[in-house]
Design a protein around this ligand. Structure first.
Ligand code: PRP
Length: 191
């Protein structure tokens, strides 16, 4: 990280930030590596990247810019019916605008925890007959997994601590932090 961005980070730290886990430079270095891998893997195939709103928005935009092939970029927005996700309790808020049929689709997530959201989405997209369907997630928390998923590309494996920044939120806040950090949940009255 440059001295200048270190100063900016230090000045702008909200009190909820406990510890920075991945600095901006580290995230972007990993994004570049993933972009290079994806560019090689899809060298002979047209790629459609599907970002899952809202969390994956920063990641999918940075990642798409690191892919050296034309990318068709689209977004889908989903939510859980309840704060504690249950199997099949995902609802679509905004569907894709493009057709995935016969396209090589890469679903891009910010984080996979239980896997229930992604499992629902993969089943939904599979039913629309893409030519291929793969997953790229920036963060993976396999300890929380309730359903096995095929994840082709992973940025980082993380522990169970609550994370904010680079798309990840706490009650819709902190998504715009350029880094990923653990959070002082006690400031929000959470044990
Ligand atoms: C988060 C994240 C994944 C999902 C992962 O989304 O972006 O989509 O949870 O959890 P799971 O593996 O247990 O299903 P969230 O529902 O918080 O919405 P957001 O992307 O708008 O923050």
């Amino acid at each position: 990280m440059s001295d200048a961005s270190a100063v900016v980070e230090a000045r702008n730290l909200p009190p909820q930030v406990k510890e920075i886990v991945f600095r901006e430079t580290e995230i972007l270095r990993r994004v570049r590596e993933l972009g290079e891998r994806i560019s090689r893997d899809y060298a002979r195939r047209d790629l459609m990247m599907v970002g899952i709103l809202k969390g994956a928005a920063p990641f999918v935009c940075d990642l798409a810019r690191r892919v050296t092939r034309p990318v068709l970029l689209d977004f889908i927005s989903v939510t859980s019916y309840s704060p504690t996700p249950r199997r099949g309790s995902v609802r679509i808020l905004k569907d894709l605008e493009e057709d995935v049929t016969d396209r090589h689709v890469l679903v891009v997530e910010d984080i996979v925890d239980t896997g229930l959201t992604l499992n629902y989405l993969l089943n939904l997209l599979r039913a629309r007959s893409p030519a291929s369907l793969q997953v790229c997630t920036l963060l993976d928390r396999p300890e929380l997994r309730l359903v096995e998923l095929p994840i082709r590309y992973t940025g980082f494996r993380v522990s169970q601590e609550f994370l904010i920044g680079y798309g990840l939120d706490y009650r819709e806040e902190h998504r715009n932090l350029p880094f990923i950090a653990t959070m002082r949940l006690e400031l929000e009255g959470v044990d």
